[in-house]
Design a protein around this ligand. Structure first.
Ligand code: PNS
Length: 158
């Protein structure tokens, strides 16, 4: 069975991420969307909230599961017998850092495959989504509707 992981912070998940998950699910038998548990940085949403939001949008894909991990991604891949990391590349600005991580992960035993992000979403990032939502801007069409609702609810209480 060909297994891949789509790792990230997903704080929150965007339609750009979802596009990458769907394309990974097309190429692999089994895809795990793995949310990083970062002990040194508090997220905007908790890891549990982020996982629930992702779970909701991957319902139509029977071969995608959602999980969290901490520590090294390469170790998680080995534990789960996952042979490939799939990541989206939005623009040249992503490339240096992504290449460095891919080369390091390759050294640690796991290869990375990049998919070119759908141009519709090439400007999209979770931080930009939070910034726009914070000031009451419209992020519909950029995040799943339930994420939009969660953002509005969260900013009402913060
Ligand atoms: O969505 P992000 O924050 O760009 O995702 C980054 C992520 C989670 C893929 C990366 O930080 C990661 O893999 N962290 C786990 C620790 C690790 O393996 N570090 C070595 C990378 S070469």
């Amino acid at each position: 069975m060909r297994k891949a992981v789509c790792p990230g912070s997903f704080d929150p998940v965007t339609l750009g991420h979802l596009d990458v998950f769907a394309r990974a699910a097309n190429q692999f038998d089994h895809v795990t969307v793995a949310v990083l548990v970062n002990s040194t940085k508090d997220g905007f949403f908790t890891v549990e909230q982020r996982m629930e939001m992702i779970q909701e949008c991957v319902k139509p894909f029977p071969n995608i599961v959602v999980d969290s991990f901490h520590g090294l991604l390469a170790d998680y891949c080995k534990e789960q017998e996952i042979s490939a990391i799939v990541k989206g590349l939005r623009a040249v600005s992503d490339f240096d850092y992504e290449l460095q991580m891919a080369q390091m992960n390759s050294r640690l035993g796991v290869d990375t495959l990049f998919v070119a992000t759908n141009p519709e979403f090439s400007f999209l990032s979770s931080s930009m989504i939070k910034e726009i939502a914070k000031f009451g801007g419209d992020v519909s069409g950029l995040v799943p509707e339930h994420v939009n609702t969660a953002l509005k609810a969260e900013f009402l209480t913060k």
